[in-house]
Design a protein around this ligand. Structure first.
Ligand code: ZN
Length: 175
C-alpha cells in the first residue's frame, strides 16, 4: 500500500481494529519515508456494493470513479489530492455503513457535493452542474445563490442555506 502523500511503498501498521459494522478491518498506518499517517480499510470482496444509476442500470461501486469525478471538478483548483482522497474515503465509508448491496447514484452524488462544498466552492459548483441535470437555468441559480451569499460573509463559515428550505418557502399554487 503506497503512501498517499509521498507515494513511498513502505509503511507500518500502528493500529488494527474492526469497523463499526464488523465487516471491515481498519488499519492506521504510518509511512516510514515521510512519517505521515493514513488509514486503510480491508473489506470482503465477494459482496461488492453496486451503484444504481438513474436509468436503472447497475455498475460496481468504485472508489476510482468517484475520485475521477472529483478530480475533474477540481481541475486547476487549489485542492490537494489528500483532500480529494479523504472525500472519497468518507463517501466510501458512509455508503458501506448505510447500504448493503445497492446504492443509488444520487446518494453518492449528494455526498460528494456536500463534501466538495466544504473543500472548494468552485469545484462544488462544477460538480453540481455536471452531476445534477438541472431542469433549467433557474434551478441551477437556486443552487448557487446560497454559495454566493456565504462567500460574501467570510467571517461565518457555516452556510445558512438550510434556512431557505422547509417552512419558510412558499408553496407553488396549484393549477
Ligand atoms: Zn509518505
Amino acid at each position: 500500500m503506497r503512501c498517499p502523500f509521498c507515494k513511498a511503498g513502505n509503511n507500518r501498521v500502528l493500529d488494527s481494529r474492526a469497523s463499526a459494522d464488523g465487516f471491515a478491518i481498519r488499519r492506521r498506518r504510518e509511512c516510514t519515508a515521510c512519517g505521515r499517517r493514513f488509514t486503510t480499510y480491508e473489506r470482503i470482496e465477494e459482496s461488492p456494493i453496486r451503484v444504481v444509476k438513474k436509468d436503472g442500470s447497475r455498475e460496481p461501486f468504485e472508489r476510482r470513479k468517484i475520485l475521477m469525478g472529483l478530480l475533474k471538478a477540481c481541475e486547476k483548483r487549489p485542492v490537494s489530492m489528500d483532500t480529494l482522497e479523504k472525500i472519497v474515503t468518507s463517501v466510501d465509508q458512509t455508503v458501506a455503513d448505510q447500504f448493503e448491496r445497492e446504492v443509488p447514484s444520487q446518494f453518492i452524488g449528494r455526498l460528494c457535493m456536500r463534501e466538495l462544498r466544504k473543500a472548494d466552492k468552485v469545484g462544488y459548483v462544477r460538480f453540481a452542474s455536471v452531476y445534477r441535470d438541472f431542469k433549467d437555468v433557474a434551478e441551477f441559480v437556486d443552487e448557487v445563490k446560497p454559495l454566493l451569499r456565504t462567500g460574501a460573509k467570510r467571517s461565518k463559515p457555516r452556510a445558512p442555506a438550510a434556512k431557505t428550505q422547509g417552512k419558510g418557502r412558499k408553496k407553488k399554487p396549484k393549477k
